[in-house]
Design a protein around this ligand. Sequence first.
Ligand code: BT5
Length: 257
Amino acid sequence: AAIEFDLDAPYRVEYHDAIGSTNDRARDLAAADEADVVVVADEQTGGRGRLDRQWTAPSGGVWASLLLRPERPPSELPIYTLAAAVAVTRAAREAGVDARIKWPNDVLVVDSSESGTQAEDGADKLAGILTEMEGEADRVSWLVVGIGVNANVDVDSLPPGATSLRAASGDVDRRVFLQRVLETFATLTSDDGRLDGVLDAWREYAATLGRRVRVETPTEAIEGEAVDVRFPGSLVVRTDDGDRVVTAGDCEHLRPS
Ligand code: BT5
């Protein structure tokens, strides 16, 4: 179903009925010196997750990639990914869904029915964020924030462990939903400070804080209690050997021991 994304946002909108990956298209626009564009598609045929994983993106979802050129060093960019997760979570909650964030940026819906297919202990994945960038040590050249939300799609068309807004609370007006996401994202990332508002909102929506977690970093696995998030988006894990600050990795929520 074709949709029009005529958004009232500080970004130019480029809409596609079907495309390989909105992130790839945004990267092409970056190479063409564009900025402040959001690429939106009804369907993706080659959607991408992190670490070369596939992202299933049938017609009816909100698949969008935002191209930005923030005046920040690459080391601070995780805060944009957290801001995107907060923005999606807020929009989902406004749509009546009990959405929460798993560090760093998976949006989950807590499922009280315990059906057993969940990606995480009692929760299903509603949305994911894929952030990509290029730049020097002191300043990013471009940043692409890819946002994938299972909106008006059947759970049957998604991988196990996934859920959708349709399944959790009903279909949404995708134009309104994306508009809200972009508004929140723009507000949270507009101040030049340390973007503390992002962390405060992230803490409010966190599913991870206070839980036992196992985080696989590129070099090791760290287990302990997730006690806080800190700029630019690192997880503080309390282990038997003291607090560890984890900047990147895959996080698994463990059942309480
Ligand atoms: C993510 O990766 O969660 C980032 C997903 C970003 C997708 C957006 S859509 C717009 C933009 N254009 C793109 O091409 N990508 C971005 P990761 O944390 O690596 O999770 C990937 C894993 O989630 C897969 O290995 C599957 O297990 C699962 N998965 C795949 N499709 C899914 C879906 N639609 N809903 C929930 N889980 C899914």
